[in-house]
Design a protein around this ligand. Sequence first.
Ligand code: ADP
Ligand code: MG
Ligand code: ZN
Length: 626
Amino acid sequence: MAIRQDDNRPSRRFGLINLLLIGFGVLLLFSNFLPNPATQVPRVPYSLFIDQVNADNVKRAYITSDQIRYELIKAPAEGAPTVLATTPIFDMELPQRLEQHGVEFAAAPPRKPSFFTTLLSWVVPPLIFIGVLQFFARRSGMGGAQGALSFTKSKARVYVPDEESRVTFADVAGVDEAKTELTEIVDFLKTPERYVAIGARIPKGVLLVGPPGTGKTLLSKAVAGEAGVPFFIISGSEFVELFVGAGAARVRDLFDEAKKKAPCIIFIDELDAIGKSRAGSMGVVGGNDEREQTLNQLLTEMDGFAAKDKPVIVLAATNQPEVLDPALLRPGRFDRQVLVDRPDLSGRRTILGIYAKKVKLAEGVDLDRIAQATSGFAGADLANLVNEAALLAARAKRTAVEQGDLNEAIERVVAGLEKRSRVLQDDEKRVVAFHEVGHAIVGHLMPGGSKVAKISIVPRGMAALGYTLQLPTEERFLNSKDDLEGQIATLLGGRSAEEIVFGEVTTGAANDLQRATDIAEQMVGTYGMSDVLGPLAYDKQGGGRFLGGGNNPRRVVSDATAQAIDREVRSLVDRAHDRALSILRRNRELLDGIAARILEKEVIEGDELRDLLAASVMPEEIGAPA
Ligand code: ADP
Ligand code: MG
Ligand code: ZN
């Protein structure tokens, strides 16, 4: 798509009034510095003046608050000036002294500002103020004729699809349901008459909901590309400005522009930036008026346009649908919601295919394997992965991307870039080694669809000092209670190993604990897996679960129930902790052995890791998981 800035924006021209105002302002500033003819008199030190008075050589003096001008009776030298000036010093005896020496003197009244200065200082500030107001008034008017600042001009960029750079549905993969829904919109944009004739009401607003990087922006561009209509794109945060009212004026401006180019699409990215629930934002200081006005304007505009044969369709994207103001979701507004979720195995395979075509792949590269290993990746992560692999290959001076590059790229995307430069102290390294091996041994013995594929104590990214990589052996959509309990135990394996080996724990396990507690809470609150509490969903499903947010407020429950939930979560985690401890105690020699090995090699993977872990045994007291 070709990007171009909207071209009929106003020229930056100052009006005559503004020029005049600035001229006045400058004059006002300088009126105080204008050379005063009176000061052209030669200045002499005060002491000289006193000497001359004492020598009876001063005829008369004229004293003001900032200078004394005086006239000599006799010039000190031939042709020297007889009128001199000096700066007064606080001197109570001066009048007496002058009188003694017969100097005729007078003092000036305190200097009054000239009429001109007074006029300026009273008249100019209000004028400037009015001028600024006029700017704004004029700018926010229809079409914003002209002006120096474009505060209220919508910043929307317009894409006009052209043939070669057009994005189409073929460029988006793994989101088939969303595509099906949007095909209808494309159809409407292409042939509105058909729908109008039959009396169908096509949605004005379609909300794309899904985690970041899943292709929401891409999809809406594809809608425009398929329909061959102009596409206005603006981010919700661009509406929110310092000046109250600017956002609302921008919305108005955007819709005006769009109506001129109809049929077309307006795409509002990050709708949550303006569309936050008004009720939910109470108590937040500042900025709310502005957002509310902007939101109201948006609602008004969406209710307003109704030209059937010239449709303007508003697409919007958000990854926080639960915070949106319910007013946005009413019929006639964003009443259609399309879920754009992370792709599944076959979706990932297709997306990888799209991006693999853009790089040179070596013979025999198996993209299926990569797709299998990237469960949970969004489209953007996969695009990024292929690019990383290409960079790695290029850096190693290979001519094509090989399987190894892709594998390494997965790890990079997963755990951030390798940071060999970050050096761990030896004792820290030992802790990390035991911690990771703890995860690995417990993870290996726990049920569930994944196997431990790699242990590393090379620090990566910002947070991870080491990591244990578990790859799923199959694509799984459902987890049993056993699986989840196994996951919790695995997460606690690292901390448990530290407890057993060092008798104390470090801060390195914080993230593990967070995740373990989250899983336990979901088991009780969302999946109804607790025997005590029964199959009830105690968490309110706000639509945010799939986004990985996970902080759903609880349903209203009695205090007793809340306590029971807490106890149940606690006991799930405690049980898993006990299991991890007993597994690691039973396999203490293996734990020491693998830890020693990894301290040597930093990374253990593949066959070696499999053989090592194969020696682990399940302790008798656990047997079948509880
Ligand atoms: P979102 O708007 O959902 O955060 P984007 O549409 O901006 O995500 O995606 C960023 C980039 O990731 C896209 O430009 C595209 O290159 C890639 N991408 C994301 N999802 C997909 C997908 N489903 N199919 C193909 N490419 C995708
Ligand atoms: Mg986006
Ligand atoms: Zn850990």
